[in-house]
Structures are given as C-alpha cells and as structure tokens.
Design a protein around this ligand. Sequence first.
Ligand code: XMP
Length: 523
Amino acid sequence: MSNKIIVIDFGGQYNQLVARRVRECNVYCEIYSYRTPLEKIKEMDPKGIILTGGPSSCYEEGAASCSKELFEMGIPVLGLCYGAQLMAHVLGGKVEKAPVREYGKTAVTVDQTSRLFENVTENTICWMSHFDYISKAAPGFRITATTADCPIAACEYAEKGLYAIQFHPEVLHTAEGSKMLYNFVRNICGCDGSWRMDSFVENAIVEIREKVKDGKVLLALSGGVDSSVLAALLAKAIGKQLTCVFVDHGLLRKNEGDEVEAVFGKEGSFDLNFVRVNAQNRYYEKLKGITEPERKRKTIGEEFIRVFEEEAKKIGAVDFLAQGTIYPDVVESGLGGESAVIKSHHNVGGLPDHVDFKEIIEPLRNLFKDEVRKVGLQLGLPESLVYRQPFPGPGLGIRIIGEVTAEKVRIVQDADYIYRYEVDKALSEYKAANGSDAPWKPDQYFAALTNVKSVGVMGDERTYDHAVCVRAVKTVDFMTAEAAEIPFEVLQTVMSRIINEVKGVNRVFYDLTSKPPGTIEFE
Ligand code: XMP
C-alpha cells in the first residue's frame, strides 16, 4: 500500500492548506477534484482520504457529491466542513440550513476519547465558516464535538474509519487543528511519516539523472524562487548538461540581475552553463509609447519569448526544456483540484514556439511554495533569494503607470530599494525587541511609479516632479488582500528618504486599497 493521502477537492477556499498541513505531518498527499472517478482513486491506493470544504449545499440538486462506495472501501475518510456534511448526507444523516450561521473563532468541546482528538484540549478554539450544519448524524455515528450553536461539530463511526468535522482544522485559527490532522493521517490512517525534503532532494536527483541520461537541458532562469531552486537542483543532478538563460529585461529590482549572476554565474557555487542576456535597451525600445496595461504585459511577455528563442538557437537542439511549475500551478490550472482557473493570467508568456526540444521536465511540480523554499535552502541557495517576495513576470513594467522609460525604471528601482530596506529594518527591529514577527508584517511590499507629476518646493526652488506610491499588503493567497498597517514613523522615514535621495521625486503616497476592488499590482 502506498503511503499517501488523497485530498478530494470540493472547491473550498482552504483546500491547498489541507494538503500543506498533511505534508507538514511528513505525509505525502495529492489533491484531486471530486469529479475524479472512484476507480482512479482506488488505483492510487491511498492510506486515507480527506474531503474538503466547498461552497455548495449538499442537499441541493447538482451539488458537488461523491458516491457511497467511497465510504465503503475500508480506507479511513475524514470530511471537513462541506466534506463532513456530504458524508452525513450520503450515509443517511440530515443536513440543513443552520438556524445560526457560524463564522470565525468558536469555542468547541471535544470528546477526548476519540482517536481524532487524542492530546487535544477538551475546550479548544476552532475556525467555523458554514451556513449548513448536520442536524442528525448518519446511523452508527456518534457525536464527538459540539459548540454553542452547532450540536454536531464532529461525529464519527470509528469502526469504519469515518470521521466528520464541521470546522476547519487546516486553518491556523483552529488552535489544535494540526494535531487533529496528525491524529488522522499518522495514527488513524497509519502513514509512516517518511515524506521529507531531504529525501525529496535525493530522489529528485536520482530521477532527473535517470530521465535526462546524457541529454542537454535548457532552463529560462528568471531569478524568482521557483526557477532558481530548479536551476540549483538540476545543477546538482546533471551539472554542465544544464544551460540556464537569464534574460535581464531591465525591469528587475535594483541590483537583482547582478545578484542572480553572483549565485549562478562563473563566480557562483553551482556547476552549470549560465548565459546572461542584457536585453534592457531592447525592451525599453519595444516599450516606447506603450501605455495600455494589457499591451504592455503582452509586449514584455512576447519579447521574453523572442530573446529566449534567439539564445536557444545559439545553443542548438536540446533534449529537455525545464520548467519551474509548482503544485499550486498544477492545481490552479485545473489539472488537479477544483478551485480556481482564476489566476491563470499569471502564467504569462507560455511556451516558446521555436525552441528545439523533445520533452518538458518539471521536477518541482509536486511541491508547495514553502517546500520549494526548503529545497532551495538545502541546495545551498542564499536566504535572500529563497525568501524573495513574489515578483511579477512583467516586472517593474507593471509598476510604472504609463510609458516605461529607462529613467522611470531607475526612479522606481531606487525608491523601491529604500522602501524595502526601511520596512525590513523595522521588521527585524520589532522581532529583536519582541521575539515575534510584527503583526503588521506584510506579505508583499514594493514601490510603484504613478503617472502624476505635481508641484513641490525643495530648498527655495519650485519643483515639478513624479509621485511615487508605496504599497504593502497582507494576504493569504494573493487572491484577496488588505493594506498592511505599516507604522507611520516608518512611512515618514521612507517618504523623506525617497524624496531626498531619489532624483525626480517630490511626493510619496501610501496605497490603502484592498483587493478587491484593487489588485496588488498597479497594471
Ligand atoms: P494582482 O495584481 O493580480 O497580483 O492582485 C496578485 C499576485 O500575483 C502577482 N502577479 C504576477 N505574477 N506574472 C506573475 O508571475 C504576472 O503577470 C503577475 N501579475 C501579478 C503579484 O505580484 C501578486 O503577488
């Protein structure tokens, strides 16, 4: 029997989190849509199955469902929220609209004799988010948790390995949720906990060598986390059989091009062929006069493909093209789970048409972002690179409103550098003083250049200069976000440093917009 858990996705917002938490228990798991045929699930021979939350009402016609047989295969099943309701519904219990909608942190009392709640405090906090509830458990099930408004917050038929929880153990607001998931995957399903990043690296190296043999591999290195980790992994596996092409499009953050070269170039510690293409001027030329955001994005994407193709031509035929696809990309593109075709616009560029290769390899396609980072650290990449903020493919091009010019790129790079420096400094000072991260710690923060010019006064002189906008957001999944509450004194330091040090700027704005209605980037 395999040692993996299958997460069946009913379209809920926390579904990738479920899989991540399971992997944090050192158990490998994969996400599949609820539409996946039962036969296929059986073939995968999982040790356990988790049914996720979802937006539907299971008693409505056409709602996402599953067959009764799923619960009769002798494989333990854990239903979460919608998954719990569905289990009750399919097995003969009753689900209906709850008289009180529960949302947020909620006190729950658990029955500690349940194997699911082993070592969990009797009165604990859970995260609830539901309209419907189980009003009558299915035959054979006993109730194992309750809240003030939810008489069946959990129930189980332990002899059959069936467990249902109304709340969300995968969300960190559920204080002991990780313990519950651990109890399920390790104790109830009996997974041995052998999934580790170091074993991933060793296995991946063996697999890459077996697949590539003495073939040539080409990789477009962007300097972002995924492609950098992939470059490091491939370099360890096949050394000089790998060529990385790094296109510096002149829209990178300050010094970033040189930093990438320092890690992967001749002076770096990896043994590979590294080609840096300095295409800055070529891009600025192409972008001349373009102000419409979508056209700008397209132009940058297309130009990337052209430059990459030209370089590939010089290298000649290769056997493999490596791509830094990671698990959320696989799930989001609809190949794995159910949720979100929404972000597909971010996979810009697509594949080059004229590169001569036989096959694509994607060695990171089963990993989550935090796992990719762990792999990066293990392979010896610097923390500054591994913990780099998300940075869009079109780069600073979409952080300059209106036409892109070399001068504007210089302004936004310098302002952004100062801003990130000051925020990082304040964050580390807070941590040193308090022993924990600042509550306002943003998940992404950067400067952008508006297309506003306004009057100011510097010394005795009138100025007419650009306005820079700084932005910082807190977000879980980058689909929604809120402005971070950066302390005012930090913003003031940023403002005065930018105006004093960055020539051409006389005004600094702070962007308070949440997403929606705004987006995180400006174009
Ligand atoms: P938006 O602006 O859509 O951004 O709210 C959400 C997240 O996605 C990043 N982003 C991109 N990443 N190519 C990328 O690789 C893109 O074209 C792109 N556009 C936005 C953005 O930085 C944020 O983290």
